[in-house]
Design a protein around this ligand. Structure first.
Ligand SMILES: [Zn+2]
Ligand SMILES: [Zn+2]
Length: 280
């Protein structure tokens, strides 16, 4: 019997793994960086990861935190790190004290309060930066950046030997860049898009799209702190991402129906870019 419920999706060298359905469960992992955005109710595909970035405290996104900590307490896996909005840390500490009593295990975990502007190092080439989102409770989105180096234009015609010489002389011959690779929103109104330029330039933008058609109005979506496809359509030209991965669609749409609506509504010039994440 397989315990796997998650689906996978890849673009270039980026692999995503997870599931997302509004009000039910949302968790998207990047296994190659051993990190995960939100944890839903806690699933085996998340057990071996090192870092968990929590967008907000609603249970369809965060209920799995005690479960993951409990699972890790029974193994020799490294202490897990959870990153979350400031106001979530104390209540979750209290919850963990109670679960620890109930289970009779000794838990090991780190809760980190993070705010927009913080930098969380993942490895020498990657870091995560939180950004503001707009929901009914404190919430954050997260972007994974990759540090890249590129030869400065003035040195492009030099031979390898010359470049080596210049390096030896202490010349800086490369420009360092921070490339936004993957952004993840959790639950939010559309305004998150304009909080930081890098969000719209992320190679992959994973964003919520709870409502897809006129069975619910934009006003309804906004009242509950969510995004409607109508709003995304208005801003598609401003989003430079190579792929826009929609998550958190309402369970009122079957996966098939959601695909049909997107096919009908996304202008053909954007059709290849806009993806419905396959796992629900
Ligand atoms: Zn949600
Ligand atoms: Zn929520």
């Amino acid at each position: 019997m397989s315990l796997a419920v998650e689906s996978t999706w890849s673009f270039d060298d980026i692999n995503l793994c997870g599931l997302s359905l509004s009000g039910i469960r949302t968790s998207i992992a990047l296994p190659q960086l051993s990190l995960c955005f939100d944890v839903a109710q806690g699933f085996p595909f998340q057990f071996h990861l090192k870092r968990y970035f929590i967008s907000h405290g609603h249970l369809d996104h965060a209920a799995g935190i005690p479960y993951l900590i409990s699972q890790k307490a029974m193994t020799s896996l490294p202490t897990p790190n959870f990153y979350m909005p400031v106001s979530l840390v104390n209540p979750l500490q209290e919850i963990m004290k109670i679960w620890q009593k109930v289970e009779g295990h000794e838990y090991q975990f780190n809760f980190h309060a993070v705010e927009p502007g913080h930098i969380i190092e993942i490895d020498p080439r990657h870091f995560v930066r939180p950004f503001s989102t707009v929901h009914r409770i404190d919430s954050l989105g997260y972007t994974v950046f990759k540090k890249t180096k590129k030869l400065k234009p003035e040195f492009r015609d030099r031979s390898e030997t010359e470049l080596m010489q210049l390096r030896k002389q202490g010349q800086i011959i490369q420009d360092e860049r921070e490339v936004p690779m993957v952004s993840f929103t959790g639950d939010t109104q559309i305004e998150f898009l304009f909080k930081e330029d890098w969000i719209r330039k992320s190679k992959i933008l994973i964003m919520e799209a709870t409502y897809l058609d006129d069975s619910k109005t934009i006003e309804h979506a906004r009242k509950w702190g969510h995004t409607h496809l109508d709003e995304i359509l208005q801003h598609l030209d401003e989003i430079e991402s190579e792929r826009i991965v929609l998550i958190h669609t309402s369970s009122r749409y079957s996966f098939q129906r959601a695909l049909e609506i997107l096919k009908e509504r996304i202008p053909s010039r954007h059709a290849e870019r806009v993806i419905l994440f396959p796992g629900r």
